[in-house]
Design a protein around this ligand. Sequence first.
Ligand code: IMP
Length: 196
Amino acid sequence: MKKKIVVATTNEGKLREFRQMLEPEGYQVLSLADLDHPAEIEENGTTFQENAVLKAQSVTDQFQIPAIADDSGLCIACLHNEPGVHSARWLGHDTPYDIKNQKVLELVKDAEDRSCYYACAIAWCAPGKEPKVFYDTWNGEIAREPRGTNGFGYDPIIYIPSMGKTAAELTKDEKNAVSHRGKALRKLEDWLSEQK
Ligand code: IMP
C-alpha cells in the first residue's frame, strides 16, 4: 500500500512540483484540500525554517499523518533582509507584483549594495518524529528594471549575475536547476530516498 503524505499547501504550482517528486518515490500525495477542516495556520515564525515547521507540524498533529510544508521569500541586504518571511504579505497579499517590484526598485535606488537572496525551507513532519528541515538559498542582485515574463513574484527584478539574466528570463528547468526551492527540494528528495 502507498504511504500517504500531505503537502500543506493550496498552491497548485507547489503541489505539482511536490507530486512530481514524491509519487515516483511511492507516495500518495494529498493536499490541504483533501483534509477535513484543516486548522488555519498563522505564519508567525521569525524564520523560514520555523514557519515551514509550523505549517507541516500543524497537519501532522491534527491528522496524525506525515506532512511537508515549505516557506520561502526574498531577503534584500540594504533593506535589512526584508521582505524576508513577509515576502508574500509585503505591501498587502493581493497587491500585484508589478507594484511590489516597482516599490523595491524605488527603495534600493540609491543603494550601493543591491545584493539579495531567495531562501526556501522545506519541513517534513511525522507522528512521533522530530521535524526535519531542508534549507537552501539563491543569490542575486536587484536589477535596474524589471525584465522577463517567466516565473512569478519578484523574479523580473532579480538579476542573476552568473547567468546574465533575471530570474524571470530563465526557463522553468533553468530556474529549477539553481533556485532556492529546487535545491531544497533535492535535499529532501535525497533524504527521502535514504529512508527507504
Ligand atoms: P510562501 O508561499 O509563504 O512561501 O511565500 C513565498 C513568497 O516569497 C512568494 O509569495 C513570493 O513573494 C516570494 N518568493 C519565494 N520564492 C520565489 C521565487 O522563486 N520567485 C519569486 N518570488 C518568490
